[in-house]
Design a protein around this ligand. Structure first.
Ligand SMILES: [Fe+2]
Length: 414
């Protein structure tokens, strides 16, 4: 038997076998070493069904809102779970505003969705936003009425999401900040700069305690790539979003990022898909998951040291038939109504103006508006809007148009 094996190995069949083995080995050596990839979502604003089911008042409130399609939160979460399992990232990061408005029941239901993702061996890491903890206006809707419902304290938040935060998130000096150690090569400093002491506030605050915690993390990270993340923006994304969207104390955090070579910061809060860069640090504000086109991002750290950020949107095939068109129309109708309401009654061509404003607003929020696209200024409605100099909707559009908006979806950092 042994002689037979030797003769096969040294014979023609053996030579072919050896050639195949050498080819396989060479192919393996040519493959890039495994990259680390995280998937990011933000501003889910998920609401437990029992808090709104069958309520006309809730739908009216959403129609007067900012495009959230919260009444389909379960369909969106089901699609997200499928998308995560299909992409198989090394982790899913959620950068705050998990609940619609801080309801305890919403957090508990959302934690069950995250359990479905972790059942596929993909870790989920969450942080709170300004709509998650100590929200005094958390409501339950019923028919045409509503009542206040229970929100969560920082301790309850930590308890509900204990499987999706590190025990390091102890609510001490740096709130619920912790490090998501995605791999040996990639750490994410989940920086909780939301302000909810007493009662939730819209602003974020990066304190001296946050700075001390973050600097310790940066030292510990060693050779691992460190990405920072917070709910509020690190950098001003646009002129109209300076107030309350950028965390207070951002310059301190930016200085730390620069000192320790952090190249990428992840944020949400703005609901607009937008990227800003300063001094070698890029802040990618992720569009809200709860509004069309239902953004998420993939961040890839390759072995050659490069980082890639790519904003994507949920695949319509994972959603009920026609969902994306319906969700777009929902957002568009809300924007049109706001534009109409901003114009004096009897304004000529009001529908043309409203339609333009809605198209502009949706493109801007989706991160697809580009200031180098001449069609926006060539549109006949543009000239009509120019006659509305004092109109707040026009002033918002002007501000955006006057800023450089190029590719807000994709960046590669070599
Ligand atoms: Fe939000």
């Amino acid at each position: 038997m042994r002689a037979n094996i030797i003769s096969i190995w040294t014979g023609r069949a053996g030579r072919i076998l050896k050639a195949v083995l050498v080819m396989l080995l060479a192919f393996d050596l040519c493959l890039p070493a495994r990259a680390t990839q995280v998937m990011v979502v933000s501003d889910l604003h998920y609401m437990a069904r029992e808090l709104y089911e069958g309520s006309e008042l809730f739908l009216r409130a959403l129609r007067a809102g900012d495009g959230k399609i919260t009444q389909y939160g379960d369909a969106l979460m089901a699609a997200l779970c499928e998308e995560v399992v299909r992409q198989r990232p090394d982790a899913l990061l959620v950068t705050g505003d998990l609940a619609f408005n801080g309801e305890k029941a919403s957090h508990e239901a959302l934690a069950r969705w995250f359990a479905r993702i972790e059942a596929s061996d993909i870790p989920v890491w969450v942080m709170p936003g300004n709509h998650d903890i100590n929200v005094s206006t958390a409501r339950r809707f019923d028919g045409d009425g509503w009542e206040y419902t229970q929100t969560v304290s920082p301790e309850e938040f930590r308890e509900i999401y204990r499987d999706y935060m590190s025990p390091e998130a102890d609510g001490a000096a740096a709130n619920l900040s912790y490090v998501a150690k995605v791999s040996d090569r990639l750490w994410v400093a989940m920086t909780d700069a939301a302000f909810y002491q007493g009662e939730a506030q819209a602003f974020g605050l990066f304190t001296a305690d946050h700075a001390a915690w973050l600097e310790r993390v940066m030292r510990e990270a060693g050779d691992a790539e460190l990405i920072t993340a917070s709910h509020h923006s690190l950098l001003p994304q646009t002129e109209f979003s300076r107030d309350s969207y950028v965390m207070l104390g951002n310059e301190t955090m930016l200085a730390l990022d620069r000192t320790y070579g952090v190249r990428l910061h992840l944020s949400g809060h703005l609901h607009v898909q937008h990227i800003a860069s300063r001094d070698g640090v890029m802040d990618a504000a992720l569009g809200a998951f709860c509004t069309w086109p239902h953004r998420y991002a993939l961040v890839t750290r390759r072995e050659d040291g490069s980082l890639e950020y790519e904003a994507k949107s949920l695949d319509g095939a994972l959603l009920p038939g026609g969902f994306l068109q319906m969700s777009k129309a929902w957002f568009s109708d809300i924007a049109k109504a706001k534009a109409r309401a901003s114009l004096p009654e009897g304004t000529e061509n009001i529908e043309m103006l409203a339609d333009y404003a809605a198209r502009f607003n949706l493109a801007y929020f989706a991160g697809t508006y580009r200031s180098d696209d001449p069609s926006w200024r060539e549109d006949p409605a543009y000239a009509l809007w120019q006659q509305q100099a004092d109109n707040p909707f026009w002033q918002y559009m002007r501000l955006v148009m006057d800023e450089p908006n190029a590719d807000n979806l994709h960046r590669k950092i070599p």
